[in-house]
Design a protein around this ligand. Structure first.
Ligand code: SF4
Length: 414
């Protein structure tokens, strides 16, 4: 049995600045919701956010709210409420916790931000099914409930090679969104604004990529658990100056840690890859457990999902279609396997943790033989942890802890 010591998670100093820009973001949405202007669009996490911002919408992300419900461990108060109106406990627990909270007229935003009583009221709901069907079902629930239009892009899934016919269809769908969005926003589409928003989004994405890549250093300056918090601006503020400025500051701090050989985990012995969704309600416990085991979880598919390399302001529609199609979750098993193989090499990974999230098959990549294929090809071990992003009834802390400790012992023996 590995001895477990009391440990402290190292604070990232820039986080104070992140909290400020996130707070400004939510207060701006709240003010717009109360005043009825500017208009508010709800958008799925990898939906066409830059188009919405360029049309003057403030953009709100229900998945971010879902993650807040998970990280505050409130989700299990609300999932049964959604179940009672017919939404299965087996479908996305972001959806069921968010809808349940809405029905109960509660939100963690009220506790975090004084004066905010509810989530901002949408004027339009926009989804992209590139990640899953649940996002469409989620936003159409709100559409029926609030009598607000739901528009979307229905796209391809499980793609190997991305071809022109994939992208041309998506470009047409993005362009088809413009007339109804102009009508709701009251603003005319302006290609220059679209280009400049995309350009800011690209700057944000490239900085976020550099932030994540600081973890190629040994010891790694930031853990996966830190990164799930630090990715907030890349998710909800991409396309804004504030996000770009923030990641410049964060990057400087992490580079300084590298120069000082200061790791997120003292005396880092092993480096792991996290494949799948975070277990939002257990981030702190898991971070502490890995610190006590002198093991860094340093790379993940999840945090990389907000890298959109292909954005090109010179070719905004096509490059947006490409960027939102080439992400990991949209791709087939062969692509996913190559992707993980590449990151395992780049980050000098000793083992892979697969999180099998009960309510998100889309982000559970252990189900079609991936762990076995990777173990064989890379000659490194993997461990599957059963759990969920938000529904903690699916997660056994004791069992996960025992398995993780045994896994790290196995790494030591290897
Ligand atoms: S990808 Fe998974 S977690 Fe995200 S919305 Fe879809 S089902 Fe939910």
């Amino acid at each position: 049995m590995i001895e477990e010591k009391k440990v402290a998670i190292k604070k990232i100093q820039a986080t104070g600045q992140m909290k400020k820009i996130m707070s400004d973001y939510f207060y701006e949405l709240d003010a717009a919701s109360k005043a009825g202007s500017p208009k508010i669009a709800w958008c799925t996490s990898v939906g066409p956010a830059e188009l919405l911002s360029s049309l003057g919408f403030l953009v709100y992300y229900p998945e971010n709210h879902g993650a807040m419900l998970g990280s505050t461990r409130a989700a299990n108060n609300y999932i049964p409420v959604s179940n009672s109106v017919g939404y299965s406990p087996d479908i996305c627990s972001y959806l069921t916790s968010d809808v349940g909270a809405f029905i109960k007229k509660e939100t963690p935003l009220s506790r975090a931000y004084k004066g905010i009583e509810r989530v901002p009221k949408p004027d339009v709901l926009v989804y992209n099914t590139n990640q899953c069907r649940d996002v469409q079902d989620w936003l159409t629930w709100y559409s029926r409930e609030l009598k607000v239009p739901a528009l979307g892009i229905s796209t391809y899934r499980n793609i190997g090679k991305i071809t022109d016919y994939h992208l041309e269809s998506i470009v047409r769908q993005i362009k088809d969104l413009i007339p109804p969005l102009e009508e709701v926003s009251g603003n005319k589409f302006d290609i220059d604004k679209f280009r400049s928003t995309l350009s800011l989004s690209k700057d944000c994405t490239l900085l976020w990529k550099k932030v994540l890549e600081t973890n190629t250093a040994a010891p790694a300056p930031m853990s996966f658990f830190d990164a799930t918090i630090q990715m907030g601006p890349a998710v909800v503020l991409r396309g804004s100056e504030a996000a770009v400025r923030y990641y410049e500051v964060l990057l400087r701090e992490l580079e300084e840690r590298i120069s000082n050989r200061e790791g997120a985990v003292e005396e880092e012995k092993f480096r792991l890859y996290w494949e799948g969704m975070p277990i939002w309600g257990k981030l702190r416990d898991l971070a502490e457990l890995f610190i006590s085991l002198k093991t860094s979880v340093i790379a993940s598919t999840y945090c990389n999902s907000w890298i959109f390399d292909s954005f090109d302001p010179k070719d905004p529609f096509m490059s947006m279609a490409r960027a939102y199609t080439e992400i990991f979750i949209v791709r087939d098993e062969n692509f996913k396997q190559r992707y993980i193989e590449e990151l395992v090499g780049k980050y000098k990974i000793n083992g892979i943790l697969f999180h099998d999230a009960k309510t998100c098959p889309n982000n559970s990549n252990n189900r079609y033989g991936m762990p076995e294929r990777l173990e064989k090809k890379l000659n490194i071990p993997s461990l599957t942890i059963n759990g969920d992003l938000n529904d903690l009834r699916c997660y056994s802390e004791e069992q996960a802890k025992t398995n993780i400790e045994a896994f790290v012992e196995q790494l030591g023996a290897k």
